[in-house]
Design a protein around this ligand. Structure first.
Ligand code: NAI
Ligand code: MG
Length: 491
């Protein structure tokens, strides 16, 4: 290298070396109890109530979390309203500085955030380390870049922030879903009240402290913790201008009904039952890896999980045999173990739901296959599961299981693949495996899905919009499209 070449800005390498889960746990500081994050500081809840969050891999309590009632939500929304005037007038290039700083600080603390995400939610550390946290930083970097370019993004128009955004997020990708909502909201000059999911509040609260250290003005970002009723209070608050929700279709519909007729803006990112279509000319080994990743990534707690495998009849037996053999090699267990492929189910309620739907699959006559792996004695775990002989009317072919369970069906022609793929009320994502480029385009035109992956699966990039239609919701997150839900005067 030429001596005069300027040194690249160094990002401290993140050390993920630890000898045991216990040692990993010692890497993060967890308080005994957490207040609500309102107006730049932690506050005791007016409700005086707390609930506990546990580590789903051990069932041990991690901390107590404040439960926000209507008064608490009101306090948070008022703080966000008050901060809104000056934040919306802050020049875009200044707002960008905060977001760039936040993005860098997330990178610097990647280890702490990854371990905390894994402890509180059960996902394998290799996923929080290599997927969630790097992407969280990437979304903040990406939207920081838009903050001073809104007039260029929407030439001839006058983009204006909406005001206060009330954002309700799920437990499957806690920080990542937060970043998809918070980064574009702040970049466009909105202020935020965030309601994380009740089983995974810790990383949002750690992030709140980070925003204070980054110097973000008080009230621009607030967190109210609690369960469904807290989320409902936030959505219903008259001081909220924009509601963004990711979660179940049932709650999404309830939210839409509850704000119908109000001037609130709404985006919904809901469930899915994605088809993963494998043609007989597909590169089989890669397709096997894609299918495994599509359904077992994050224990299948993924809205875009490839939960219905449609494999062409001529290769079906061979493909399913290979898939079964691959399942035998998946390591299920301690999420903090760096070799773990499938971690803990997020909650007992979710484990019950998965168990119930798997029982339904057996009763409906599908053939079940599970590898011979042993599950830990404690914590919520479920074996990677395949169902063969599934018919389209089976509940396991129609309903979102949101667990490590794949329903396998076959098809003969591309037209039949499309017909089966589109036969659900959802439309979030889809996957296609084939070596023919023309077939990929033909399929992508006909698949009812917001995102179609070809010869890959679960690939994300901040520049790429994501979202569904039909019962998977509406509105886009990511890319320039992701700015639209937070602005008026644009299209
Ligand atoms: P949920 O939809 O109840 O929870 C998502 C978020 O919404 C949480 O923060 C929750 O506290 C909040 N919430 C619940 N009721 C609310 C209400 N009435 N108003 C406002 N906010 C409310 O999902 P849940 O019960 O945790 O999981 C049930 C099923 O939903 C899962 O089995 C899965 O099928 C689906 N799901 C889908 C997700 C996705 O990303 N598409 C994420 C989470 C769950
Ligand atoms: Mg938890």
């Amino acid at each position: 290298m030429n001596e005069k070449t300027p040194a690249k800005p160094e990002i401290a390498p993140v050390d993920f070396e630890y000898a045991s889960s216990r040692e990993a746990t010692d890497l993060v500081e967890i308080d005994d109890s957490y207040g609500l994050w309102i107006n730049g500081a932690s506050r005791s809840p007016a409700s005086k109530r707390y609930f506990s969050t546990i580590n789903p891999a051990t069932e041990e309590p991690l901390a107590r979390i404040a439960e926000a009632n209507e008064r608490d939500v009101d306090r948070a929304v008022k703080a966000a309203r008050k901060a809104s005037d000056s934040w919306r007038r802050t020049p875009g290039k200044e707002r960008a500085k905060y977001l760039f700083r936040i993005a860098r600080m997330i990178q610097e603390r990647a280890r702490e955030f990854a371990v905390l995400e894994t402890l509180d939610g059960g996902k394998p550390i290799k996923e929080s380390r290599d997927f969630d946290i790097p992407l969280v930083a990437a979304y903040f970097f990406y939207y920081a870049g838009w903050a001073d370019k809104l007039e260029y993004a929407f030439p001839g128009l006058k983009p204006e922030p909406l005001g206060v955004a009330g954002q309700v997020i799920p437990w499957n990708f806690p920080l990542l879903m937060m970043s998809w909502k918070v980064a574009p909201a702040l970049a466009t000059g909105n202020t935020v009240v965030l309601k994380p999911a009740e089983t995974t509040s810790l990383t949002a609260l750690a992030f709140a402290r980070l925003t204070a250290e980054a110097g973000l003005p008080s009230g621009v970002f607030n967190v109210v913790t609690g369960a469904g009723p807290t989320g409902a209070s936030l959505v219903a608050h008259p001081g909220v201008d924009k509601v963004a929700f990711t979660g179940s279709t049932a709650v999404g519909k309830a939210i839409q009904r509850s704000i119908a007729g109000s001037p609130k803006h709404l985006t919904l990112e809901l469930g899915g039952k994605a088809p993963h279509v494998v043609f007989d000319d597909a590169p089989i080994d890669q397709a096997i890896e894609g299918v495994v990743n599509g359904i077992f990534f994050n224990q299948g707690h993924v809205c875009c999980a490839g939960s219905r495998l449609l494999v062409q009849e001529s290769i079906a037996d061979h493909f399913v045999d290979k898939l079964k053999r691959r399942l035998e090699t998946l390591r299920v267990g301690d999420p903090l173990d760096k070799n773990t492929d499938v971690g803990a189910i997020n909650s007992e309620a979710q484990l019950d739901k998965i168990t119930e739907l798997v029982d339904v699959g057996i009763e409906e006559g599908a053939g079940i296959y599970q590898p011979a792996c042993e599950l830990p004695d404690r914590g919520y775990f479920f074996k990677p599961t395949l169902f063969t002989g599934v018919s389209q009317s089976h509940r396991i072919a129609q309903e979102e299981i949101f667990g490590p369970v794949l329903s396998i069906m076959t098809f003969r022609t591309p037209a039949e693949a499309i017909e089966k793929a589109n036969n659900t009320p959802y439309g979030l994502s889809a996957g296609v495996w084939t070596t023919k480029g023309s077939r990929i385009l033909w399929m992508a035109d006909r698949l009812k899905a917001g995102v179609v992956w070809a010869n890959t699966y679960n690939k994300f990039d901040p520049a790429s919009p994501f979202g569904g239609y039909q019962e998977s919701g509406f509105g886009r997150e990511g890319g320039k499209h992701g700015l639209l839900p937070y602005l008026s005067g644009v299209r």
